[in-house]
Ligand binder design. Structure first.
Ligand code: XMP
Length: 511
């Protein structure tokens, strides 16, 4: 299978480059920028892409690429910072531009001969994000395009083995970006289309079979896409040697435990052990209001409950996890020094010293690829199209103290909101929608009676990846209906408010 290595210099778009390459049916993998040439060559890449990044290429300690990769034996494409770094490393000059260029800009092709521009018009809109620019290209290199500010927008070296672009072909706003990447992959690197998800399934099923042999596997199911797809794939490989565990934390949405369980058992034919641990979770959470403590308690309790059940089932040597490629990249090298905004405890998260071998069949895949594989494996839309739900569940949406009664109010309010969103046909158009129960009592009036009850906040957001998000402008009639229904149908709530903050500055969940 042909492979493209992407060296990451810290751009927010690095993962997007990897996805675009895979969309063109060529496998891609991301490595940190300081990976040694030998290690890069061991991956047998047909081409290397140098990503963008926040640094200045001419700065003394700027990240750079192992010089042994600069001989052109493997084709190179530098994007944005990658371009400047190539210019600098090969003897050209990089400096501060006359002005920064951020956003859409017109790129004009000024000379022929750059294979990346095959089939593109002479001028097109491209996404720029730079202050530095290439002032002089290295000897033997030629410039074939310029940006609105007159900066070189593309150059290439002898025999077109080393190419560079100032703009981002991976971003949807760049017209012809896909064509440019296609030209790089198939004309310059001579890749073949070989990344194909149905053959991936066959290959992975065989691999799981070999790896597990006669052994047994346990897995925690959460009702989410990743753990479900991992389980369905694995059960295809080893059948009933896969023992799934579904823990009811008491923090699930209305009817969730029942509906997920019957889906797993009846539609997906998985062998599922159900553990109702609601009482344990609720008693450990009793009196706790601090969000980080809630998360910690839930994480620890989950692990304990899961381990106890796994021990009771007995005989398993493997733990199956739905880890995805972004998690691997993050924990591998991106997360260094990043501040912890929230402690994420995923249901199914594992303790460090667990006595199982780890099975992570999805660790090479992006979320959209997992969805596509799920569809090929006949995982129902109810699961593939579901909004993300945090591991700690309703605990982080029930602000203040968690009690059975307050959870019940929250569950009902959430169900009303989601029901109306689904009825309006809007469910699939958003990233997430949910209700939050606030620990704030306000005065109201119902009939002739004064009430003093809690408030519910509604949050509906749109997002590509959960990293940034904007609130959804829901139709006022819908909001009106939801507010009326919540106050009329649910005892204990007399006020409904709407959350109109984006992320940043707010996070998606309230806790
Ligand atoms: P925040 O609140 O950090 O959420 O903006 C970003 C996305 O992550 C989800 N989320 C979690 N998912 N375990 C999870 O599996 C967690 O502890 C957790 N906390 C937040 C959140 O729903 C949103 O989609």
């Amino acid at each position: 299978m042909d492979n493209i290595v992407i060296l990451d210099f810290g751009s927010q778009y690095t993962q997007l480059i990897a996805r675009r390459v895979r969309e063109l049916k060529v496998h891609s993998e991301i490595l940190p920028w300081d990976t040694e040439a030998e290690e890069v060559r061991a991956r047998q890449p047909k081409g290397i892409i140098l990503s963008g990044g926040p640094a200045s290429a001419a700065a003394p300690d700027a990240p750079t690429v192992d010089r042994a990769l600069l001989d052109g034996s493997i084709p190179l494409l530098g994007i944005c910072y990658g371009m400047q770094l190539l210019a600098h490393a090969l003897g050209g000059q990089v400096g501060k531009g006359s002005r920064a260029e951020y956003g859409a800009s017109t790129v004009r092709v000024t000379a022929s001969g750059n294979p990346l521009f095959k089939g593109l018009p002479g001028a097109f809109q491209a996404w720029m994000s730079h202050w530095d620019e290439v002032v002089r290209v290295p000897d033997g290199f030629t410039v074939q395009a310029e940006s609105e500010s007159g900066a070189p927008a593309a150059f290439s070296g002898p025999s077109n083995r080393i190419l560079a672009l100032q703009f981002h072909p991976e971003v949807a706003h760049t017209e012809g970006g896909r064509e440019i990447l296609r030209n790089f992959l198939f004309d310059v690197c001579r890749c073949e289309e070989s990344w194909d998800l149905s053959s991936w399934i066959d290959q992975m099923t065989a691999e799981i079979k070999t790896q597990v042999g006669d052994g047994r596997v346990v897995c925690g199911l959460s009702g989410g896409v990743d753990s479900t797809v991992a389980a369905v794939l694995t059960s295809r490989a080893i059948g009933d040697s896969l023992e799934c565990i579904f823990v009811n934390t008491g923090l699930l949405r209305k009817n969730e435990a029942d509906s997920v369980l019957s889906l797993y058992r009846e539609k997906l034919r998985l062998k599922v052990h159900y553990v109702d641990a609601s009482a344990t979770f609720l008693s450990r959470l009793s009196g706790v209001s601090d969000p980080e403590r809630k998360r910690k308690i839930i994480g620890e309790t989950f692990v304990r409950v899961f381990e106890a059940k796994a021990a009771e089932i007995g005989g398993a040597q493997w733990l199956l996890q739905g880890t995805l490629y972004p998690d691997v990249i993050e924990s591998g090298f991106k997360g260094k020094g990043a501040s912890v905004i929230k402690t994420h405890h995923n249901v199914g998260g594992l303790p460090e010293d667990i006595a199982f071998g780890l099975l992570e069949p999805l660790r090479d895949l992006f979320k959209d690829e997992v969805r596509a594989i799920g569809a090929l494996l006949d995982v129902p839309r109810e699961i593939l199209g579901r909004h993300p739900f945090p591991g700690p569940g309703l605990a982080v949406r029930c602000l203040g103290e968690i009690t059975t009664e307050r959870l019940q109010v929250l569950r009902e309010a959430d169900a009303v909101f989601l029901e109306e969103i689904a009825r309006a046909g809007l469910y699939d158009s958003m990233w997430q929608a949910f209700a939050v129960l606030l620990p704030v009592k306000t005065v109201g009036v119902m009939g002739d009676v004064r009430t003093y009850a809690e408030a519910v906040a509604l949050r509906a957001i749109g997002s590509q990846d959960g990293m940034t998000a904007d609130w959804v402008r829901l139709p006022p009639e819908l909001l009106d209906r939801v507010a009326r229904r919540i106050c009329n149908e649910i005892e204990g709530v007399n006020r409904v408010v709407l959350d109109v903050t984006s992320k940043p500055p707010a996070t998606i969940e309230w806790e």
